[in-house]
Design a protein around this ligand. Structure first.
Ligand code: PLP
Length: 356
């Protein structure tokens, strides 16, 4: 019940133990097509370029940045926690001139300051973290995406923690580039990063002045492997793709709306139970994540020993606070398979014992 990896369904683990086939085997090629089709359904997009990058969520972040940014490009990044900061750092390493729009940790990025940062600028890209796992805040995307488009910029979204746990509507919101990760609300082990590029984003990557500095993450090369050409690029992690195939099948079997509802209801049940223990959430009211709950540690409580006892006595892992929230919050994940009423009860009962 930490910030990920979340629990994984037995059928996903079983899929991973299936015998290996080659990465250009017809069986695997068919599976690749199904993974792309299922990812489009989960991202709610028609984008042709939609596939899992080999690597964790940070590889997806790098994939988007290395393909879309060239040295000297202007980029605006919203930062309200660890991962917005990481995105700005990656963009800078690609040579971007980054304008940082900061919000206090635990709060969302409001459209106002983003509009201010865009005034008089013509950035190539605007980047935002949808669900900030370090703080438990969910920033609304549509208005900021609209402003980015009006400014002529590509809109890049980090959907690592949001995908599969709450609405992520890539086409409807006008997102040009999005990356996620398998180990959060998709409930698959860590190791793949689903990504999607709009036609606009792909055109930007195709018409670059300079070569993409990462050979491994170059969309132009990866598209030839994941597209109809099937040109060997790298050896796809076969077992991870088996796992993702099964995890996506489970997501769609449940149905996106049912899955979002389950995450919301379990979050509300946890929040209510925490209130009876005299505990509240640290993130902004009205914008709290359903899948990651940052619980404020009461003054005088030994944050570390409660966390250690939850693990050693109750077999429950919860996350610690990061950065300015270090020592101030516990991060309770209710992601994917982990989001169940039984787990909510279990963690509340265990917390009650530890706090007493
Ligand atoms: N972005 C967000 C919002 C995350 O929560 C994480 C990881 O927790 C990442 C990016 C990086 O993903 P990974 O750790 O899979 O590389």
């Amino acid at each position: 019940m930490g910030p990920g990896p979340s629990n994984v369904a037995p059928s996903v683990l079983k899929a991973m133990s299936a015998p290996l086939v080659g990465h250009l085997d017809p069986v695997f090629v068919k599976m690749m097509e199904e993974i792309k089709a299922m990812l489009r359904q989960v991202f709610l997009t028609q984008n042709e370029i939609t596939f899992p990058v080999s690597g964790t969520g940070s590889a997806g972040m790098e994939f988007c940045c290395v393909n879309l940014i060239e040295p000297g490009d202007e980029v605006v990044i919203g930062i309200n926690g660890v991962f917005g900061g990481r995105l700005a750092e990656v963009a800078e390493r690609c040579g971007a001139k980054v304008t940082r729009v900061e919000a206090p940790w635990g709060r969302i990025l409001e459209p106002g300051p983003m509009a201010e940062a865009l005034k008089g600028r013509k950035p190539k890209l605007v980047g935002l973290v949808h669900a900030e796992t370090s703080t438990g805040a969910l920033t609304p995307v549509p208005e900021i995406a609209r402003m980015a488009r009006e400014a002529g910029a590509l809109m890049l979204l980090d959907a690592v923690t949001s995908l599969g746990g709450c609405p992520v509507q890539v086409d409807e919101w006008g997102i040009d580039a999005v990356y996620s990760a398998t180990q959060k609300c998709l409930s698959c082990p860590p190791g793949l990063s689903p990504v999607s590029f709009s036609a606009r984003a792909l055109e930007v990557a195709r018409k670059r002045r300079s070569k993409v500095q990462s050979w491994y993450l170059d969309v132009n090369l990866l598209a030839s492997y994941w597209g109809q050409d099937r040109v060997y690029h790298h050896t796809a992690p076969i077992s991870m793709n088996y796992a993702l195939h099964e995890a996506l099948r489970l997501v769609l079997e449940e149905g996106l709306e049912n899955r979002w509802r389950r995450h919301r209801e379990n979050h509300l049940a946890l929040k209510e139970g925490l209130q009876t223990l005299g505990l509240g959430l640290a993130s902004q009211e009205g914008h709290q994540l359903w899948q990651l709950n940052a619980v404020t540690v009461r003054p005088g409580t030994d944050e570390v020993s409660v966390r250690q006892r939850l693990l050693s006595e109750f077999n429950i892992e919860v996350g610690a606070g990061l950065g300015p929230l270090k020592g101030k919050v516990w991060r309770i994940g209710l992601m994917g398979e982990t989001s169940s009423r039984a787990n909510v009860k279990k963690v509340l009962q265990a917390l009650e014992v530890c706090l007493a």
